[in-house]
Design a protein around this ligand. Structure first.
Ligand code: HSE
Length: 432
């Protein structure tokens, strides 16, 4: 055996990774040249679903990243610390790194890639976005000939499961979340998923690859799905839309675009759109570029086996390079992060998009006219206005706009809030 892995973490993905490596038959022959040398865990007593020599398992994670025999450190512990420090120490010790940690890469990618480039080692992260879906390597390599104009993804399985269930059974968010937690599709603390933070981490990574510049995680505008109600899903359906949590990166000028939009929010998408049929815990990423047109990556976005499949593909990638070139002389620019500058991000107020808004109004003559006048005064052009029903004796009016500037739309809403007939505006959503 030629190549030694130091595995940090033996949870869901770590176990899946160890299972693949310890059972290489029928897989790529390179797997037979890979050995799990050491495994770092939090507790030695926990029962494990994979057979590993007892002496390989340790709670001393620092010892693994500095072990001279380890060639590749595979970081699968998640979270920011100690993951970040361990990755940096592994790099400083000349180890290549494979990670599934979107939170660390989205926040500390700059520091990590600068260190990796200086040390001449790879940091690969196929498993960080879309679980088992190959999308990082395609963006780095297979699509490099294109000017990417947009990357639009359903990149969080938990929220996609919740929205799919809300749509299927007409239930509200809290009820479906509780069920999802019982079934293990949502964590006890669902914040990172339902507030869109996990999707925003993944978008920062995808955008950086697709648009050839570094991205600051805090520049990603982010809204989660807590405010999506069964009523909105129902209205959206009647108007020909499905509601999905989308992660959207749109550039004005393709590669090295200096005007990039980055946003995660629940979105009404037309039922005929390719992302409308992505249901349950599945993920999909739709990439558009010139001259390619559209390409969509679809598959299981989480889970032990699928995510481990992506982890092991990164390991074999590095092993393939080490085997063909011996010790790495210079890094392959198609596999490293070569850009240094930051993309400039368009503020959300300057976004041009369609909106959906639902109003609860007193059922008095002229209220639809007042709404139309306020929108018109702020250059907000309306595509449709419908009053479908009543709720607690209030008329429920739903408006869909044409493409308008978010700033103008917000100003119109501020004025509408002052109208006596308008009682509340329970939802405001963007439309693709
Ligand atoms: N919590 C993530 C999701 C899975 O629900 O998609 C790992 O990224």
């Amino acid at each position: 055996v030629a190549f030694k892995i130091g595995l940090l973490g033996l949870g869901t993905v770590g176990t899946g990774t160890a299972q693949i490596i310890s059972n290489p038959s029928g897989r790529h022959p390179l797997l037979q040249e890979i050995e799990i040398h050491r495994v770092g865990v939090r507790s030695l007593d926990k029962p494990r679903n994979v057979q590993l020599p007892l002496e390989a398992i340790t709670t001393d994670l620092e010892a693994i990243v500095s072990d001279p025999e380890v060639d590749i450190v595979v970081e699968l512990i998640g979270g920011l610390e100690p993951a970040r420090s361990l990755i940096l120490k592994a790099i400083a010790n000349g180890k290549h790194v494979v990670t599934a940690n979107k939170a660390v890469i989205a926040r500390y990618g700059d520091e990590i890639y600068t260190a990796a480039n200086e040390a001449g080692v790879y940091v690969l992260l196929e498993a960080a976005v879309g679980g088992g879906i190959p999308v990082i390597k395609p963006l780095k390599q297979s699509l490099g000939a294109n000017r990417i104009s947009s990357i639009i993804g359903i990149v969080n399985g938990t929220t996609n499961y919740i929205l799919t269930q809300m749509t299927a059974v007409g239930a509200d968010f809290e009820d479906v979340l509780a069920d999802a937690q019982k079934l293990g599709y949502a964590e006890a603390d669902p914040t990172a998923d339902v507030d869109g933070l996990d999707a925003a981490d993944k978008l920062a990574i995808l955008a950086s690859l697709g648009f050839g510049g570094r991205v600051k995680r805090e520049d990603v505008y982010c809204e989660g799905i807590r405010q999506v109600s069964a009523a909105d899903i129902n209205y959206a359906d009647k108007l020909g839309f499905i509601i999905k949590l989308l992660a959207i990166a749109q550039g004005a000028k393709g590669y090295e675009s200096d005007r990039l939009q980055l946003r995660v929010h629940p979105t009404l998408i037309p039922k005929a759109h390719p992302l409308a049929s992505i249901n349950g815990v599945y993920n999909a990423i739709l990439v558009e570029g010139e001259p390619l047109g559209q390409v969509m990556f679809f598959g299981p976005g989480a889970g032990s086996g699928p995510t481990a499949s992506a982890v092991v593909s990164d390991i074999t990638n590095i092993v393939g390079i080490l085997k063909s070139s011996g010790k790495t002389q210079s890094l392959d620019p198609l596999l490293t992060c070569t850009h240094q500058h930051y993309c400039s991000i368009v503020p959300i107020e300057e976004l041009e998009t369609r909106f959906y808004a639902r109003f609860l109004c007193g059922d008095i003559p002229g209220v639809i006219g007042h709404l139309g006048t306020c929108f018109g005064q702020h250059q907000v052009s309306l595509e449709s206005v419908v009053q479908i029903g009543f709720q607690d004796k209030l008329a429920e009016i739903v408006v869909v706009t044409h493409d308008v500037s978010e700033g103008n739309f917000r100003q119109a809403l501020d004025e509408i809030r002052t109208l006596e007939a308008v009682k509340t505006i329970p939802s405001i959503l963007r439309v693709l």
